[in-house]
Ligand binder design. Structure first.
Ligand code: DGJ
Length: 732
């Protein structure tokens, strides 16, 4: 059991392979955090719970009665800080009670420790066997009102993961209002940490950003109704000198696809607190008497060996304990998607011509993107009308699927279930089904409106319409897109005083629908997408094992996007395709080989008009497909190493995969600048065994692992823009 409770000291200790997490029940029942970091076994470090008689840091009532001015919630590290009592720092919980008051002060009530992993009704969460996980539930109660808060801790020792979630239960005989109900608080003893977060925009998601933490609050968040391109719900705190291989690193990944906040505060006593959860902006949840609210899961991970190990922990845990789809651990088909080739302008014959050509080169699946339904010849109309456009597909989706299957390929479709165009039959019939504020002129984005996913009839319609298409049994893949953010968030099924629940109920409704699809059609591979990588979060990955990483398919820009993505998410989740040059987003010209190298560090596929390729290009495509199939296990399931930091090394990018048994490795290198008389590049390979002998076939070098690890390999000097290399290492 990785969780213990020591009665004599009232201390809870959670142990993973390399970390210890500890907390104690204070003498007046508050739950204090004592330690999180490198493993310290079962030692108790309650001596770190220090207080001092500091001005303006108040004392709870019991402490006041005995004039104990050193007992202040404003100083102690806390497991679940609340608003209104003595702790003035970032809080997790703010409740407004029936009398209008807003103070909550939680005290220990009971706890429960058991094998296995807790579940969260209606929400995605990590999962696993009883012998893989341990759970601790600690029940706290407000000192004044009968409102209970249960803190969940799931321990996955093997990957140094501790998951967190919260249940809030109202035992009063009147409603209370949750104004802030975050999921986790992580306290660090001191300051001087860096924060790493992943910011961006459409066409440039998850850009790595590292900055020192300063006193006060630093916020990473989204109020766009979804996790967003702009900020990702994943942050890392690390030692200021931490790098890929060295230093303490703490990750927090939010298993949720809606509004979020990650707020870090360095306080007046130089302690560092990070809270994460649903964004309080726009949030106010009416909790009826007897009702409970679940705050979604946060996956915390620790590495004492740098950022590389932290990422590898997330990668493995996500593949084995987050993604529910059977495809999480199966080889996925190499696909060709017609979007960049045709946009809306296609018909059955065009798609079949792409399919035929692609099949000959080894591509395994055709994906028909946007434009096959309703009156959908541009993005101005058709969304919501999930019936086939017979002008483009006279034989229907099933007819086309039949033909694609008959040439030996699988077939997939694009959908955007959450949206509706005003110019659609659905909107004309049900104008009230979208999020809108009656009487107010609402915001349009890509000429579309957002359906209210909280409405059961909306979900039922979508399930029947899209399910009706999947029922033909010939569709192997669905790309689930979402192309605008939420505005005018007002739900026709909620009374005025409950409109603060609309954002969250949208997400719950969406999860309900997506769960229905993925469990009814387990043989269908679902890929997430939101104008590229706008919903690349752990919540969505629970349902769909991969997500289109970005609409920016430029290989060089993708290096940055995929680099940032790799910190928190596995390579097997990264939707990545080879596209045409000049690239449609940047105009840049990169070699086909390089586009292949970059796309292979993902799910791999093509997104271009393959019928227009030259014979020479087709040969390269064939070689790429052969190569990817050979390297599939290594790339999708191996250990991932970042060898360069793209924000610092502007000369070349290098990254690597190593098989679990360390017998095989693949090193990828992209040269970012063509230079005359270029300096020599030597790269130290990672993850090999020192004593084992390996051969690098591309360089024709046989050497001990130690030589490749420490002396490195010479990267050939070749002329050309953005050239790239793949080096394979195999143990003899
Ligand atoms: C945005 C996606 O990211 C693209 O790949 C494509 O599917 C378009 N939507 C279609 O509208």
């Amino acid at each position: 059991m990785s969780i213990t409770y020591a009665e004599e000291s009232n201390v809870f200790t959670l142990e993973t392979k390399n970390s210890t997490y500890q907390m104690e029940i204070g003498k007046y029942g508050h739950l204090f955090h004592t330690y999180y970091g490198r493993n310290i076994g079962d030692s108790t470090v309650t001596y770190l719970t220090r207080g001092a008689d500091s001005g303006f840091s108040g004392n709870c009532h019991e402490a006041y009665l005995v004039d104990e001015r050193t007992y202040s919630l404003d100083e102690y590290k806390q497991e679940y800080p609340t608003f209104g009592s003595a702790d003035f720092r970032s809080s997790c919980l703010a409740i407004q009670y029936g009398d209008g008051s807003r103070t909550t002060e939680l005290r220990y009530k009971s706890h429960r420790i058991y094998g296995g992993k807790y579940e969260l009704p209606g929400l995605p969460a990590m999962w696993g066997e009883e012998n893989q996980w341990d759970t601790l539930e600690i029940v706290l109660e407000d000192a004044h009102f009968p409102v209970e808060v249960t803190l969940y801790y799931g321990v996955l020792s093997q990957y140094d993961i501790i998951t967190r979630a919260v249940r809030i239960e109202n035992h009063m005989n009147e409603p209370v209002y949750l104004e802030r109900a975050l999921s986790a608080c992580v306290e660090l003893q001191d300051y001087g940490y860096d924060m790493i977060s992943f910011y961006g925009r459409h066409n440039m998601e998850r850009t790595f950003q590292r900055r020192p933490l300063y006193h006060g609050k630093q916020v990473v968040d989204s109020v766009r109704g979804t996790s967003s391109h702009q900020q990702n719900p994943f942050v890392i705190l690390c030692d200021s000198n931490a790098n890929e291989e060295y230093g303490n690193c703490y990750g927090l990944s939010f298993v949720y696809s809606g509004n979020f906040i990650a707020e870090t505060e360095v306080d007046q006593y130089d302690q560092t607190r990070t809270v994460m959860g649903i964004h309080p902006t726009g949030f106010r949840y009416q909790l009826e008497e007897g009702a409970c609210f679940y705050a979604p899961e946060v996956v915390c991970a620790y590495s004492g060996a740098g950022l590389g190990q932290l990422s590898r922990n997330y990668h493995k845990a996500c593949q084995k304990h987050l993604c529910k789809s059977k495809f999480a651990n199966e080889r996925r088909p190499i696909l060709i998607n017609n979007w960049e080739a045709t946009t809306f302008d296609f018909n059955e014959e065009k798609l079949l011509s792409i399919a035929r050509e692609a099949q000959e080169l080894g591509v395994e699946m055709l994906v028909m993107d946007d434009g096959w339904f309703g009156v959908r010849n541009s993005d101005h109309s058709g969304l919501g009308d999930w019936f086939v456009n017979r002008e483009k597909l006279p034989n229907g989706v099933e007819g086309l699927a039949d033909k694609v299957c008959s040439i030996g390929m699988k077939f997939g479709i694009w959908v955007e279930p959450e949206m509706v165009n005003e110019n659609s039959d659905l909107f004309r019939e049900h104008p009230d089904w979208c999020l809108h504020i009656p009487g107010r002129k609402g915001v349009y984005s890509r000429a579309q409106l957002v359906l209210d996913m909280a409405r059961p009839e909306v979900r039922e319609y979508l399930f029947q319409m899209i399910g009706g298409i999947l029922d033909c049994g010939k569709i192997s893949y669905v790309k689930w897109d979402m192309n605008r953010h939420l505005t005018d968030v007002w739900s026709g099924i909620l009374p005025a005083e409950r409109q603060g629940e609309a954002y969250h109920r949208y997400v719950l409704g969406l999860y309900d629908l997506v769960n229905r699809f993925t469990t009814t059609y387990p043989e269908v591979l679902f890929e997430g997408c939101s104008g590229g990588g706008g919903r690349f979060d752990a919540g969505w990955l629970y349902y769909m094992p991969q997500s289109w990483c970005s609409d920016d398919t430029d290989a060089i820009e993708r290096l940055h996007i995929q680099y940032g993505t790799s910190f928190g998410y596995p390579i097997s989740a990264v939707g990545s395709h080879v596209s045409v040059v000049p690239n449609q987003q940047t105009g840049r010209v990169t070699p086909l080989h390089t586009r292949g190298v970059v796309a292979m560090s993902g799910t791999f596929g093509y997104e271009l008009d393959i019928t227009e390729m030259t014979e020479e290009e087709k040969e390269i495509v064939q070689a790429q497909i052969r190569q990817f199939k050979e390297d599939y296990e290594l790339i999708q399931r191996g250990d991932y190493y970042r060898l360069t930091n793209l924000e610092e090394n502007h000369e070349y990018a290098a990254w690597q995969f190593v098989s679990d048994d360390q017998k095989k490795a693949l090193l990828n290198v992209v040269i970012l600048h063509a230079r005359a008389n270029a300096p020599f590049i030597t790269i130290q390979v990672k993850g090999l065994r020192e004593e084992e002998t390996y051969v690098c076939k591309e360089l024709d070098i046989t050497a001990k692992g130690a030589a490749f690890l420490y002396a490195g390999i010479p990267v050939p000097r070749e002329k050309g823009d953005y050239i790239s290399f793949q080096f394979h290492f195999e143990s003899l």
